[in-house]
Design a protein around this ligand. Structure first.
Ligand SMILES: [Zn+2]
Ligand SMILES: [Zn+2]
Ligand SMILES: [Zn+2]
Length: 760
């Protein structure tokens, strides 16, 4: 029998997910000798044994993996045989090639949950229970490689019982870096907003009592603090809104299990899978009328964001309170999430009645992720906890490392290196100093974990974005400004490995165009390094700029002025009875003289304007509120549509929806319900878009189509447009990368790399 030796390298998410113990078990079962270790490239194995045994071992490595692992590649080659005895796990070594392999934070596994609820178990009611298949990872990592000493768990010394588990290859906690128990691990504490400790035997029972009594509690979680309250209590939720200064933007709700989730919202099989996935995002689903939730949780919204517990602390808290809890991010509106104890006490002191803290530090914040099922498949809308730092595979390879700084709203950053792109966690809207600091921290942490010194910096063309200014102030030589919608389209291309050209439909609120105007209803023929703007939506004047977005009645007025040749028939339209006549007169004057009324092509503005008109909603309390309600109003079975035109003589072609506006007014006057009008509106936009896509294909040749931009968070629009195109094109929607500005950085990175490659 021939004895052979093999060196095996496994890349991907293979650290902190029980990979080495799993390799150890396979090796022991196949009677292969050698060793396995983590290094900065992933996991490296040296295997020695009879040829058949090593072959079988290799095959099993290739065909299976632990549940939370994501293998992106295996390479192996023959090495000289060593007289190794047995198989061992050796401590980490640094390899030459820098690469992150810290896994994302993983929701508590069912075995750990069972232990926490088992009175006979030594971890009964222990809120920091975890194992190699679950627990904190990214948020506690300080350095790579991912080992306990490089995490915030380094401060806790394992007790003999935990140490035994940690060292026993047959144990579920073998090399579980955050392993802990009540004797040796982190502990809970209840504090008043002034920072005084509240004496209580059982912090969870104490806090559950406070929640049931209508109190607001700041709860330290995995990636930061939540503000929690009873989601069935209008008083509690109302108070939280007031204190958080958050008007109507929906709050996420955590429920104990699937049955409770199904009582609040329509949960199909895909929502079910998302809710129970190891990433545990907030899942947006249609709210049930009889949900039992306080109306204040998501006023007027057709959707509700639901999530299941993802730490033992959540499981215990939900079981103890026996009701759905609002779990919203612990911050004042627009500010980043609080994640350190002292910081939380300072920043949330005015919002929370009580604090549930613990002494395991969070190294970096990570918001809850948000996902939604669109066209039958899950789409990540906000990418943070649970998904970060899982890389996106990219072709062609990045020749030099790229840092992409993202956009202004829902900012994320991205580092591209080799064949992977790493999106950092959701940072938020870069509109205040705190968020900007968080943005800088996010970049620094990514650079540290990846050990990357970027050579190319990518940024949005908008000169006033803080992210663009940051990019321009960086010391690197090569900087590439990327047009906003080109970045959206290439983000979708990168996610699906499309080399281009593609026809990209990029519909969003706004983005800076190459002609310095606001784009946002764009159909592009795009390659990685360039694009042609084939068609755009007829622009609308935004009276007062951003004021028109906060007060979409101004957009409704602009639409009417445009559609009725400056003689808008305002009489009898309910919307305008809700706006003071003198304001209407002022805005009409602004529109007529184009005073402070920049033109914008954003598709989102049509949703805002027509929605405002039909629903008689003069104002938006948060970005996209009226558009969301307008989308939710649509009859999903409606198939009729309004008229539209395309100006084929202009360059780019202009999609002209003025006839639609006129027919909407006719329907409104005829008493047609909003449900039918909204369905026709959606169908019109779909038909008009499909028409220009077909025309683009006739002119430029048939090619794949990608749908991208914030408007494609709208499931009805995405599903209908994909449905209208699918017979002639391969149509791609986003999946793992947000369609909105949270996905922009990936596209920026790929565009910048392509342009930098071309210019050298
Ligand atoms: Zn577990
Ligand atoms: Zn212990
Ligand atoms: Zn955008």
């Amino acid at each position: 029998m021939t004895t052979v030796g093999r060196h095996i390298e496994i890349r991907g998410i293979v650290q902190g997910v029980g990979f080495r113990p799993w390799v150890y078990r396979l090796a022991t079962e196949e009677q292969v000798a050698g060793r396995v270790r983590n290094d900065t490239t992933g996991v490296t194995i040296e295997a020695f044994g009879p040829e058949e045994a090593v072959d079988l071992f290799m095959r099993r490595l290739e065909d299976s993996a632990p549940p939370a692992a994501a293998v992106s590649g295996i390479r192996s080659w023959a090495i000289p045989v060593e007289a190794a005895v047995g198989f061992s796990i050796v401590s980490s070594a640094f390899g030459p090639e820098p690469r992150v392999s810290i896994p994302p934070d993983l929701a508590t596994c069912s075995e750990c949950v069972a232990e926490v609820f088992d009175p006979a178990n030594r971890r009964y009611r222990y809120p920091f229970t975890n194992c190699t298949n679950c627990g904190p990872r990214f948020t506690i990592a300080r350095e790579v490689p991912y080992d306990r000493a490089a995490t915030t768990m380094a401060a806790f010394r394992m007790c003999p019982a935990c140490q035994r588990e940690y060292e026993d290859p047959s144990d579920r906690r073998f090399h579980a870096q955050p392993n802990a128990c009540p004797a040796c691990g982190p502990r809970l504490a209840v504090l008043t907003p002034r920072g005084d400790q509240v004496a209580c035997d059982d912090p969870i029972a104490h806090v559950a009592g406070a929640l049931a009594a209508g109190r607001i509690v700041a709860v330290k979680g995995l990636g930061g603090f939540h503000l929690a309250c009873d989601a069935t209590s209008p008083e509690a939720v109302g108070r939280l809104r007031l204190r958080k200064r958050r008007d109507e933007k929906p709050f996420a709700v955590m429920v104990a299990g699937l049955a409770e989730a199904a009582a609040l919202a329509t949960i199909g099989p895909e929502e079910w899978r998302l809710l129970t996935s190891v990433e545990r995002p907030i899942v947006l689903a249609m709210r049930r009328r009889e949900s039992g939730l306080a109306e204040e949780v998501a006023p007027r919204s057709p959707l509700v964001g639901v999530m299941l517990p993802y730490t033992p602390l959540h499981h215990l808290l939900l079981a103890e309170t026996g009701r759905p809890l609002v779990m919203t991010s612990g911050n004042l509106s627009e500010e980043p999430l609080a994640y350190r104890n002292d910081e939380a006490l300072e920043r949330l002191g005015g919002m929370a009645d009580l604090f549930l803290l613990h002494d395991r530090e969070i190294d970096a914040r990570a918001d809850d992720s948000v996902a939604r099922v669109i066209a039958g498949r899950p789409v990540v809308l906000r990418r943070a906890r649970g998904y970060v730092p899982r890389p996106v595979a990219v072709k062609p390879r990045f020749e030099a490392p790229v840092l992409a700084c993202g956009g202004l709203l829902k900012n994320t950053v991205c580092i591209g290196e080799g064949d992977a792109a790493w999106l950092g966690p959701h940072v938020g809207d870069l509109e205040n100093l705190e968020t900007y600091r968080s943005f800088e921290e996010s970049i620094a942490r990514m650079e540290k974990f990846l050990r990357v010194a970027p050579a190319v910096i990518a940024y949005d063309l908008h000169p006033d974005y803080l992210s663009s200014r940051y990019a321009l102030a960086r010391p690197e030589q090569v900087k590439v400004g990327v047009q906003h919608h080109h970045a959206h389209v290439v983000s979708a291309m990168a996610e699906h490995g499309l080399p281009g050209p593609v026809i990209g439909v990029a519909y969003d609120g706004t983005g800076y165009g190459t002609d310095k105007t606001a784009w946002g209803g764009e159909v592009l023929v795009a390659r990685h390094d360039r694009f042609e703007r084939v068609a755009t939506l007829r622009p609308l004047p935004l009276a007062g700029g951003d004021a028109a977005i906060r007060h979409p009645w101004r957009l409704a007025l602009a639409l009417l002025e445009d559609a009725f040749d400056l003689r808008p028939p305002l009489d009898g339209l309910r919307l305008f009875s809700e706006v003071p006549p003198e304001e209407v007169a002022v805005v009409r004057q602004m529109l007529a003289t184009r005073f402070c009324s920049p033109l914008a092509h954003g598709a989102g503005r049509y949703f805002d304007g027509i929605g405002s008109l039909v629903l008689s909603r003069p104002d938006s309390r948060y970005e996209g509120q009226v558009a969301l309600e307008w989308n939710g109003a649509a009859d999903p079975t409606g198939r009729s549509r309004y008229g539209y035109a395309v100006d084929w003589t202009s360059s780019p072609w202009e999609i002209d929806l003025r006839q639609m506006t006129r027919e909407v007014v006719r329907d409104l006057r005829a008493g047609v319900c909003a449900k039918a009008i909204s369905a026709r509106f959606h169908q019109t936009l779909v038909a008009a878009t499909a028409t220009v896509v077909w025309a683009a294909a006739r002119l430029h040749g048939s090619m794949p189509v990608v749908l991208t931009g914030g408007c494609f968070q709208n499931a009805l629009l995405a599903e209908r447009l994909a449905g209208a195109l699918v017979s002639e094109f391969s149509v791609h929607l986003h999946r793992h990368v947000p369609p909105g500005d949270g996905g922009l950085a990936l596209g920026q990175a790929v565009v910048a790399a392509a342009i930098a490659r071309g210019s050298t």
